[in-house]
Structures are given as structure tokens and as C-alpha cells.
Ligand binder design. Structure first.
Ligand code: GDG
Length: 474
């Protein structure tokens, strides 16, 4: 079997504790263990960019990482990836801060990484590239003569063409994406939005099931919703509570808990969620003194202005809501701007009667899935989920809400807090069926299977061979 080479902006280091990893890291490591190969990406360090690649090998996997120079970090990572692509792909054109130097830096780093990776690739390796930092990566490799099969998975939403085409370099990005052999999306809507965007620029031909041609390039597009490890999460959630947590649980025995955790990011809809909680307290005073909403939101991308702004906004809102409704002995909203250990989080999920996950846009949202997997199937909590999270395409048994409608979210919270046991069990069991079927192993296995089925390119006869061999896509 040919080796797998994974490229992602950041890599999880080999000695990172497996138990603290989630999502991408678990899926990528599972795929690498099966095939053996290489994981290539940024070390997370800035400076000393001239140093040679750092490589570590454990068993059949090698990790190769590099540092970024200060300019590269600023232009490729902070500016173009996180202050242009991230907001635009989450429908926040108002937060896009486009500068031509940042776009040039983004292209320069993609080219630099292609130069660094090329000597490490063997002719029949398959390459799996991850996320929005690396949209032009296949194009850079192709320019250098790379004929390997290259797949790409987009973890975030692909916006509708009206939004995407507002990005100054949108046409270049689309054409570069078509240099991948296989493009994977979280949902059918994301895949369709990408195809629609291509079709606004050039002729797009469907040449076989799941296979397309544009700009004289042939590629496949498929849907691969990322999943979790339901059994591992349940095991972590069930284990004994650390003493301090057991004490808190005892203190809160008469309180119904609403809980959520996410990176502090404007796409997650936190200010809107705080306002919906306020509406719940206004509309349903019967909950006063009997519920607590805990929001954990560790700082992320703190160097970007929009992230500093939202942090201040949440601090203000949390104080205002607690000032308005709190009583001696009752604080309705706990907002913790801290990072928590993953195993602790899974246990906290289990003891929350309601999981509140209402992003304004989200590629998938693993927190929604983790919350469900952590529940006791005999007495599960209820998930209130945004209709704009990719997860809503699968978790149709959750209470789906529009996060912009604070009354609707407040009503759903009230309904969740009052939901009879039989309905909770039935909704939870429907969701678990989906989460077990589409778990993290299926995600990586389906993608790698489809990528392996693409015929290896050879000079001159690329498209013909690819069209003939395409089977049905997932
Ligand atoms: C991107 C896409 C897509 C959060 N706080 C803490 C902590 N977390 C963990 C959660 C979860 C993960 O981080 C977050 O994953 P999400 O999927 O919710 O969101 P993004 O980080 O935005 O991820 C998203 C994902 O990629 C995968 O494709 O689903 O749509 O935006 O696992 O539990 N973990 C720990 N402490 C925290 O304080 N240990």
C-alpha cells in the first residue's frame, strides 16, 4: 500500500497526549497508522525560519515540522488565513481585512512549503492536505512537476458564490483548488457552493459521478462529515470525578446546568447566545435560582483585533446579565475565559442537562457531537443546536434553532429544560446512531479510500485515466 503524506497548517506533535487530542488529530493519526507515512506542518514556533526541518519518527510515522519567519507568520497566518479567509468563509465580509501583501505572503508560504515537502515525497505517495491555509498548495506542487494523487479537506464552510467572489483573488483560488484530485467538504451545501462558484467563472462539466472538469483540469468532489470517537468520549465522561468536581456537582444538585465550550471566536455566536440566555430569564422567571449557564471560551487568535473585540464584549455582557438577574447565592451565568483539560470537559458535558451550541456559521462543530456522546443514554441531556452548523445536517434530532433569533433559542432552552425523559432518550438514541455510523474512523477511511481510487497521474493521459476509474462517491 502506498504511503500517506498529511499536510496541515499545524501538526500535533508525536508526544502530545492522545487523550487530550480531538477531531483532526485523532483522524489524521488513525489514517497515518494504517498506511504509514509522514505528517508535515508548522511547528507553531515563529523565528529561526532558516533552520532545517525537525523530524521525529515513531513506528511507521514521521513528523516533519518547520518554523515560520515573523513576516510569514504575519502575512500567511494572521492576516490572509485568519483575517481574510476565515471571516469570509464564515460569511463575515465586514471583518475581512484584505491587503495585497498578505495575499502575496500567503502564496509565498504555500510555495515555500511545496519546496520543503517535495524532496520528502515518494512517487506513489498519496497526499492529504487540510484546510483553508493551504488552498493553493496542490497548484504549487503541480508547478514543480508533482504527479502524486492529492486530496484536500476543507474543515470550514464554503460560502455561497456571492460571498466567495467578493474576495479579490477569488478566481485564482478557485482555479488553484481544481489542481487537487479530490476535494472533500463537510456538507452537501459546501460542496455545491464550491461548484457554483467555479461555474460563475468558467465552464464546469460533470464527466462522471462525482467527477468534474474546469479550466482543463479534472477533479472529484465529495462530502465527508468529520466525526468523533463516541466510545472513547463516553469512557472519558463516565470515569470518576476528581474530588473538587464531585464537590461542585453535589453543591449544584438542585440546579439545571446549561453548558457550552468553544474557542473564543466570533463565528461561534457567543454574544447572541448570551442575549438568548437573557431572554430565557426574562420570559421564563420560573427558572430563576434553578439554572446555571456555564460558558467556557479559551482565547484563540488573540493577536487579531476582531478576537480582542469579542472578548471585551463578552466580559461586558456577562457582567451586565449577572448584575441584572443574579441574587445572593445565585449567579446565573458563568463565563470562563480559560482552557480546560479534555477529560474534564467530557465529564462536565455529562452532567449538563442542556448542551447549547449555537454558532452563526460552522463547518461541522465537534462540540455538539462530543456533548451527545458524553451523555448517559438512560438519562441524557438535550442538545440545542444552530441550524447553521454543519452538524445540523446530521443531528436532526437535536432542537435546531436560528442563532440570530433570541426568542427561538430561549424557547428551545425552556423546552430542553422541561423535556420528558422518554423524549430525551429517543432524541439521544437517534443522534447516537448517526454519530456511531459517521465516526472519525469512517471520515478518514472514506476520504482515503476515494483518494486511492483516483488513478495516478502520468504525463499526457491524466484526465482519460481518471474518468474511467471513478466509482460512486460517498
Ligand atoms: C474547525 C471548524 C470543524 C474547545 N475548548 C476547549 C477544547 N475544545 C475542543 C472541543 C472540540 C474542539 O476543541 C473544537 O472543535 P469544533 O469543531 O467545535 O470547532 P473549531 O475549532 O472551530 O474547528 C469546525 C472542525 O474544524 C473539525 O473539522 O468541526 O467547524 O471550525 O473538540 O472539545 N478542548 C480542551 N479544552 C478547551 O478549553 N481540551
Amino acid at each position: 500500500m502506498s504511503r500517506l503524506v498529511v499536510v496541515s497548517n499545524r501538526i500535533a506533535q508525536p508526544d502530545d497526549k492522545q487523550t487530550s487530542a480531538g477531531g483532526l488529530a485523532v483522524g489524521v493519526l488513525g489514517a497515518l497508522k494504517n498506511a504509514g507515512g509522514l505528517w508535515f506542518g508548522w511547528s507553531g514556533e515563529v523565528g529561526n525560519a532558516g533552520e532545517p526541518l525537525k523530524t521525529v519518527t515513531r513506528g511507521n510515522i514521521t513528523w516533519a515540522s518547520f518554523n515560520l519567519s515573523e513576516d510569514d507568520y504575519e502575512q500567511y497566518y494572521s492576516q490572509f488565513s485568519n483575517a481574510v479567509l476565515w471571516p469570509a468563509f464564515h460569511y463575515r465580509l465586514d471583518l475581512v481585512n484584505f491587503q495585497r501583501e498578505a495575499w502575496e505572503g500567503y502564496c509565498r508560504v504555500n510555495a515555500l512549503l511545496a519546496d520543503k515537502l517535495l524532496p520528502l515525497i515518494e512517487p506513489d505517495d498519496i497526499l492529504w492536505i487540510h484546510d483553508y491555509h493551504l488552498l493553493p498548495f496542490a497548484a504549487e506542487l503541480r508547478k514543480r512537476g508533482c504527479m502524486n494523487r492529492i486530496g484536500f479537506f476543507l474543515h470550514i464552510p464554503f460560502p455561497s458564490p456571492e460571498i466567495f467572489n467578493s474576495l479579490p483573488p477569488h478566481a485564482e483560488l478557485l482555479e488553484q483548488l481544481c489542481d487537487y484530485d479530490l476535494l472533500g467538504f463537510q456538507t452537501g451545501s459546501d460542496k455545491q457552493a464550491f461548484l457554483d462558484a467555479v461555474a460563475t467563472h468558467t465552464r464546469l462539466d460533470s464527466v462522471a459521478d462525482g467527477c468534474w472538469q474546469a479550466w482543463g483540469k479534472s477533479f472529484r468532489a465529495g462530502v465527508y462529515p468529520i466525526g468523533i470517537e463516541p466510545q472513547e468520549i463516553r469512557r472519558q465522561a463516565e470515569g470518576p470525578l476528581p474530588p473538587r468536581m464531585a464537590q461542585i456537582k453535589e453543591e449544584l444538585r438542585n440546579i439545571n446546568n446549561i453548558f457550552s465550550v468553544e474557542r473564543l471566536d466570533y463565528s461561534k455566536g457567543l454574544p447572541e447566545r448570551f442575549l438568548a440566555f437573557e431572554t430565557l430569564l426574562e420570559k421564563y422567571p420560573e427558572h430563576h435560582g434553578k439554572i446555571r449557564y456555564t460558558q467556557i471560551a479559551p482565547t484563540s487568535r488573540g493577536e487579531v483585533q476582531a478576537y480582542q473585540d469579542i472578548r471585551h464584549q463578552l466580559e461586558t455582557e456577562a457582567g451586565r446579565i449577572n448584575g441584572k438577574f443574579g441574587q445572593l447565592g445565585w449567579t446565573p451565568l458563568y463565563y470562563l475565559n480559560q482552557h480546560f483539560d479534555r477529560k474534564i470537559l467530557m465529564k462536565v458535558f455529562r452532567y449538563a442537562e442542556v448542551g447549547l451550541v449555537t454558532p452563526l456559521r460552522d463547518g461541522m462543530n465537534l462540540v455538539a457531537k462530543e456533548y451527545l456522546a458524553a451523555q448517559d443514554p438512560a438519562n441524557p441531556g438535550v442538545l440545542v443546536l444552530s441550524q447553521f452548523a454543519g452538524a445540523a445536517h446530521e443531528l436532526t434530532s437535536a432542537l435546531l434553532v436560528n442563532p440570530y433569533d433570541r426568542d427561538e433559542v430561549a424557547d428551545a432552552l425552556h423546552r430542553a429544560l422541561k423535556m420528558p425523559l422518554a423524549e430525551r432518550i429517543s432524541r439521544h438514541s437517534d443522534s447516537m446512531e448517526v454519530l456511531t455510523r459517521n465516526d472519525i474512523d469512517s471520515w478518514q477511511q472514506n476520504f482515503i479510500r476515494d483518494l486511492r481510487q483516483v488513478a495516478q497521474r502520468s504525463a499526457g493521459s491524466i484526465m482519460q485515466k481518471k474518468v474511467v476509474t471513478f466509482p460512486k462517491l460517498a
